[in-house]
Design a protein around this ligand. Sequence first.
Ligand code: ATP
Ligand code: MG
Length: 632
Amino acid sequence: MWLNIKSFDEYKENFEESKKDRLKFWDHEAGTFYWRKRWDKTQSGSFEDANIKWFEGGKLNITENALDRHLNTIGNKTAFIFEPNHPDSFRRTITYKQLHEDVCRFSNVLESKGVEKGDRVVIYMAMTPELVIAALACARIGAVHSIVFAGFSAQSLSERINDCEAKMLITNDGLRRGDKHVPLKDISDEALESSPSIESVIVCQRTNREIDWKEGRDEWWHNLIRNASREHEAVEMDAEDPLFILYTSGSTGKPKGVVHTCGGYMVYTSYSFRQVFQVGADDIYWCTADAGWITGHSYIIYGPLFNGATGIIFEGTPTYPDAGRLWEVVEKYEVTHFYTAPTAIRALMSYDIDYVKKYDLSSLKVLGTVGEPINEEAWHWYDEHIGGGECPIVDTWWQTETGGIMISPLAGITPTKPGFATLPLPGVFPVLMDEDGNEIEGNDVSGNLCIKHPWPSIARTVYGDHDRYIQTYLSTYKGYYFTGDGCRRDDDGYYRITGRVDDVLNVSGHRLGTAEIENALDEHKKVVETAVVGYPHDIKGQGVFAFMICDEEIKDPEAFKKELNDLVTKIISPIAKPDKIQIVAGLPKTRSGKIMRRILRKIAANDLDNLGDTSTLLDPSVVEDIKKGTAY
Ligand code: ATP
Ligand code: MG
């Protein structure tokens, strides 16, 4: 077995080993960590009994593996570079040793405020080092953190606090995102009017704007840490104690409070980070996600820290002060590994290429994407203009519920293919299922993506609703974990996500994934981004409805539609041609940047009164505009 896979042959060898004896494989991996007591049983439970446990009997504290373990070796290495919203604001670096001290100090603060093992703490903060310190301090004292993206409304914040019955809220006075100011404390105050479980609020200063203060409840971060000790004895946790609760993006319905546990999550995020990104000792790794999403949890905070990497915490946005910001940061810190989302790539593609050309990107070695299928045009743009044709792209497929990357190339090792997440990591066994619940064998096939055996970082439950956990993931196919995604396995055995199963179109008896049609439409030079949904069609059963953002005015929609039809006919088949197109200014997206097709489906079907849960929608006005628009 290879702890560090370095060649495609080693990958295949590891995969086979993991297949032969997967428990031995994970034992080997888990053995690389510091455990206060070794586990008794590698794994128990199954997808049938919905009671999966890993490394039972093992005792640990995850922060000892993220921080303490490194102090004697790389204590003075930079753990994080903080890049603020505005490029001229104060930036700083934090070493492992300093991060350890800060986490210890804040752990002492939390304990002094009466937070105990098992208590839930909601973190609603700007993307600053203090957010990471707060989360790690929770982990150190055994409290369960729930990070809520600091773009959510008071109502969404309140709902999440209430759902997990949090005792404490940690926030900022406010934050700046691009040229916008977000008054986090005001929003928190409003949320807390309907969230009685919160006993105390810690406010970290960021904007220095005036805020309301509730004596007895609110306290300043800087006052609390002033006299707190920089030493703290980490609380011993069981491998299966909960580490955090994180709410999903809400692309397909009401967000689920996904629960991850200490031992398995640690082992899998560390493992997947190491194998997928191949970050070396002197590399600078930058994941642009927000810590409020699973990508931020696993691949800004935990995975990189376990591996002693240097990461960037970025407070800003890709287009502030201008569309060259990300590349400016890459040049400035000589970033070697860059991990972002297709939505950001598509947005930046629509700007003048000079925003990219201005900067020296030659430090880059590896590029990554996550969150949605990446269309081929965006893949090629990323490859050519950002990677200079020389950086492997890791298209990482995974979910909040999987905890870590499941299907992805290993950087520089797995031959890549545009649009394909390629192959599973060793220890992960994806299968495609047909409508009748049978595994589809062989290659050049499509089906619903399931995972066959438990892996260490599988979500253990939906907080407070184990039935929903069972219903959503473990009931559709007995004995399998159902991902909710459709997938194709090509001739080479490579996996390509074709879209959400709920979004699959059935046109004249042919099942079509949204990602395939969108991918074809996106090839048109005037098209920036597309969302395809099905709608009731008298003859075909379902018709293809394409909503699209274009970067120039379309003067003759009928001629444009014909060009699109020709394109789809050429790339996929005449069956997939859009029956209707509508040009829109924006698409409904979640706050993590994903297209919410379920809302478009309702609009396409003219079912406007019942749009479902829209709480995670970034900009509701987009929906109003689309309702008013015309389709051709
Ligand atoms: P909800 O579960 O609330 O509907 P969500 O599924 O968007 O929200 P996440 O866990 O953030 O919440 O997203 C996981 C989903 O994102 C996957 O199921 C898949 O549909 C999509 N996804 C993630 N990475 C990729 C990728 N590399 N290629 C294709 N799809 C991806
Ligand atoms: Mg999901």
